[in-house]
Write a protein that binds this ligand. Structure first.
Ligand SMILES: Nc1ncnc2c1ncn2[C@@H]1O[C@H](COP(=O)(O)OP(=O)(O)O)[C@@H](O)[C@H]1O
Ligand SMILES: [Mg+2]
Length: 277
C-alpha cells in the first residue's frame, strides 16, 4: 500500500510542481493521469526515491520514501520518462546486465531475459544493438528490464509514449501480466483504462479525483458534452471549438442547432472547471 500525505514539491526555481497531494493507493495497479506539466513525473520520482519532497510524506508498505529509501530501492524498479538505452548494447544484454547487477545468477538472468523479451515482442530483435532499433523498440527495452526484475513494485513514467499501436498493445499486455504492484503515469486516457481500474487524476499539482472510471464520471452523470466549431456560444473554448456541458435532456435541442453531442468521458473532467476532490 502506498500512502501519500500532504506531499509537496517546490523546485529550485520556485515552481510548485506538487501542491499537497493526499492519496491512499491500495490496488495492484494505479494509473496517474494528467496533462503535460500536471506533476506526474515529479510524483513518480518522489515515490521511487529519486527526488526529495519539499513537504509531506509518502510511505510504501510502511517504509518512508525519504528515510527508508535504501530499503525501498531494493524492492522497486523505475522506468523514467526520459530513459534511453546504451546504443551499443542489445536488448538481451541490457536485461542480463541489469539482472545480474541486481544479484540474479547468470543462468536465471538469461531465462528471465528471454521470457521478458518474448512477452513484449522484442525477442526477434534481441541481438540487434539499441542503435539499430526504432524509438518504440528502445522504450520497450526498459519496460522489458522492469518486467524481468523480481521487484515488488514497478514505477513507469509514460510507458508507451512514442510507440506504434501494435507495440502499445504488446506493452499493455506485458504490463497486465505483471505479478508486481505497478504505478504508472500517462496522459492517454485509453492507456489508464486499459491497465487498471484505479485512476488518479492530477492537475496543477493537485489530485483532482481518485477511483474507478465509473466513480470519476459519477459527478457528471446525466450530462453530455455539446461542441461546435462555428458557434461562439460555449463555456470553454479549446482550439476554436466551443464546448459546453448540458443535461442529456437538452441534447436534442443542441443537436438541432448543429452542435455535436458526445458522452462525457474522462478527458472532459480535465476541461470542466473542477472542484478539488
Ligand atoms: N527540474 C525542474 N525544475 C523546475 N521545474 C520543473 C522541474 N521539473 C518539472 N518542473 C515543473 O514542474 C511542473 C510539473 O512537471 P512534471 O512533474 O514533469 O509534470 P508531468 O510529468 O505531469 O508533465 C511543471 O510545471 C514543470 O515545468
Ligand atoms: Mg512527465
Amino acid at each position: 500500500m502506498i500512502e501519500i500525505k500532504g506531499l509537496k514539491k517546490k523546485y529550485g526555481d520556485g515552481t510548485y510542481a506538487l501542491k499537497g497531494i493526499d492519496l491512499t493507493l491500495k490496488e495492484k495497479a494505479t494509473a496517474v493521469l494528467g496533462r503535460n506539466g500536471a506533476g506526474k513525473t515529479t510524483l513518480l520520482r518522489i515515490l521511487s526515491t529519486q527526488l526529495l519532497p519539499t513537504g509531506g510524506h509518502a510511505t510504501i508498505d510502511g517504509y518512508d520514501v525519504v528515510t527508508d529509501a535504501d530499503k525501498l530501492r531494493k524492492r522497486m524498479v523505475s522506468v523514467p520518462q526520459e530513459a534511453g538505452p546504451l546504443g551499443y548494447l542489445t536488448p538481451e544484454e541490457h536485461i542480463k546486465i541489469y539482472l545480474t547487477a541486481r544479484g540474479m545468477s547468470f543462468s536465471n538472468a538469461r531465462q528471465e531475459a528471454a521470457r521478458a523479451l518474448k512477452s513484449i515482442g522484442l525477442w526477434e530483435f534481441r541481438d540487434k544493438t539499441a542503435d539499430e532499433l526504432s524509438g518504440g523498440m528502445k522504450r520497450k527495452i526498459f519496460v522489458a528490464m522492469a518486467l524481468a526484475s523480481d521487484a515488488d513494485i514497478i514505477f513507469l513514467d509514460e510507458p508507451t509514449v512514442g510507440l506504434d499501436p501494435i507495440s502499445r498493445i504488446e506493452v499493455w499486455s506485458a504490463l497486465r501480466s505483471l505479478g508486481s504492484k505497478m504505478v504508472l503515469t500517462t496522459h492517454y486516457i485509453e492507456e489508464a483504462k486499459e491497465l487498471t481500474k484505479d485512476i488518479v487524476m492530477i492537475d496543477g499539482g493537485r489530485a483532482k479525483a481518485h477511483g474507478t472510471v465509473e466513480r470519476l464520471l459519477r459527478k457528471s452523470a446525466g450530462m453530455v458534452r455539446v461542441e461546435s466549431t462555428t458557434s461562439e456560444e460555449g463555456e470553454y473554448k479549446i482550439g476554436g471549438i466551443a464546448i459546453s456541458y448540458v443535461k442529456a435532456s437538452e441534447a436534442g435541442r443542441y443537436a438541432e442547432r448543429g452542435y455535436i453531442v458526445k458522452p462525457v468521458d474522462l478527458e472532459d473532467l480535465f476541461i470542466m472547471k473542477g472542484e478539488d476532490k
